[in-house]
Design a protein around this ligand. Sequence first.
Ligand SMILES: O=C(O)Cc1cc(O)ccc1O
Ligand SMILES: [Fe+2]
Length: 445
Amino acid sequence: MPIGARLWPLTFEEITMSEQGYMPGFGNEFSTEALPGALPARGNSPQKAPYGLYAEQLSGTAFTAPRHANRRSWLYRIRPAAVQEPYEPCDIAPRWLSHFDDVPTPPNPLRWDPLPLPGPSAEVDFVDGMTTMGGNAGCAVHIYAANQSMGTRYFHNADGELLIVPQQGRLSIATEFGLIEIEPQEIAVIPRGVRFRVDLPEGPARGYVCENYGAHLRLPDLGVIGSNGLAHPRDFLTPVAAYEDKEGSFEMVAKFQGRLWRAPIGHSPLDVVAWHGNGAPYKYDLRKFNPIGSISYDHPDPSIFLVLHAPSSTPGVDTLDFVAFAPRVLAMLDTFRPPWFHRNIAGEFMGLVHGAYDAKAEGFAPGGASLHNSMIGHGPDAGTFDKASSHDTSQPDYIRDTMAIMFETPVVIQATRFALESPQRQRRYHECWTGLKKHFDPARR
Ligand SMILES: O=C(O)Cc1cc(O)ccc1O
Ligand SMILES: [Fe+2]
């Protein structure tokens, strides 16, 4: 059934059963109605909106931002977002932090085993289960580990946009804009301020989150690559409008100025019956990424795998790069094919969603993480180096069954106390390189 020819109304339950709950395209001007005619026929704020709905604008950029950068949407809702009790400080999500200088970050490569999922005796939802691993002025990196749906709790983040990368377990993200369902190897982006609830339809879930304090994530320019390649705009999916008309005793949780706040609310805030605009949540399947690589010799910089980025005001410098190391063919001749040894200006936080990563033979498990900061030497471990330096490069290598991700920033990602002191930290990580032998022989070229 084409979008637009659906039966109304669309409830969250109907959308869960449907393949048709999304509109394709990145940053499009979308229009979507869960009831026919719920969008005003003319303008954004008619004297009376259809169906007795309230009109509300959600601006994600300055009113005067240039058109290509401007993000705003108009929401037609049962009650405006102003209808709720005042927020009070609360102590939920005690490991979700926005300050990163409690302890000094050592100039060492850091790596962690997967954080454990909460046991059956604990009730931990997506918000409670957030652990901050590190951050800087541009972003924070977190790992969530949860075993409960949010149920009657709703959440919004005024501090930044959330890039959610599940590693285990499906997430059902009911938002003001509609329903997003994702599984490992897919991602979702929830813009700043959008109210949502995360349910776990298949039980425990774990994944990576990058909280982006900078400009909205966007698709990179492709330069000489041309007009296609990397993440294709049509593969980004934005949900069609869906609403809850529920009254009862609910909780609204906000992250604001680095702290968590809680307020009672007597109705579901997911009560948007129709919306239009270009600021909305979306999902993307990383398996659709179209990697571009070297077809002659040498290993290119990892910027070639850029999925989304948050540009700064300095051309070419991003406050955040989101990179995916997706399945691909390596055909470079006479080349050391895995990532080279390197020291970068960047702070690189990596996660593994699926399979294995080609620079690390051991120790980097799905759900685990690594952090290589500015000017800290790293690269392939000794096992990978030995294998790749005697590998037959006349044949292609098929890098299958893999999905590693990287949140890369132009400055140091400072590690939290939890990250540094956690039992999951691999204190002997540096030993993966101590086995690199001396091969130097001045008599042999
Ligand atoms: O450190 C890493 O594994 C990430 C990375 C990959 C690559 O192919 C080149 C550089 C780089 O930092
Ligand atoms: Fe690196």
